[in-house]
Design a protein around this ligand. Sequence first.
Ligand code: HEM
Length: 179
Amino acid sequence: MKGVIFQSLEGLVLTHRDMACWNQLLAKNAPKDRAYVSVNNYPDQELNALVSDICIELQLSRAKVLNQFGRYLFNYFMKHYSVVVGHYSHFEALILNIDSVIHKEVSKLYQNTNLPTMDCMMVCPGHIVMHYQSPRQLCFLAEGLIYGAGEYFLMDVTIEHEQCLLREDERCTLNIYYQ
Ligand code: HEM
C-alpha cells in the first residue's frame, strides 16, 4: 500500500486523538523510525495492524473505522490530486470514471500500484452498480470513499452491500443510490 494512504491515516488519527497516540500506534505496528513517503510501498499487514489498533482505540468496528477512513481519504485525495480529479464537478461522473480513468492516471503517476478493480454500470440515473475485487478486501474503505464523494458533491448517497468478499462471495456488489 502506498505511503499516501498511511499519511492520510495519520491525519484521521490526529482528528480524533493526537500525535502521541499516532506515535504509539506506530511503535507497536511498524518498524522503528518508520516515516511514510507517499510514493513508496509499505506492507498491507502494516495497514491492517494499524487499523485494528485504531478500532480498539476508538472502540469502533473495523467496518466503521474503514468507512470513516474512506470519507477522510476522499477529501485528502481531492486536495492532493487536483491534477487528476480537479475537473470533476459531479458525483456520478467521478464514480463512473474511478476504475477506467482516475485509478489509471494514478498508476501512471506511481510505479507498482496495488489498485482494486471496480467495474461500474449505471442502471438508471440515481443508481450505479459497482463490482469491487481486490486481494486486500478493503470494500468498507471503498464504501467510505463513495460516501465521502457524496458529501463532497452534496449528494444524498445510500449503499447496499449486496455481495461481499468478506462473506466469501466471489466479489463485492455495491448498489449505489444517489440523489
Ligand atoms: C487505493 C477505491 C478515488 C487514488 C484505493 C483502494 C480502494 C479505492 C478501495 C484500496 C486498495 C484496494 O482496495 O485494493 C476508490 C474509490 C474512489 C477512489 C471507491 C472514489 C469514490 C480515488 C481518487 C484517487 C485515488 C480520487 C486519486 C486521484 C488511490 C491511490 C490508492 C487507492 C493512490 C493506493 C494505491 C496503492 O497503494 O498502490 N482506492 N478510490 N482513488 N486509490 Fe482509490
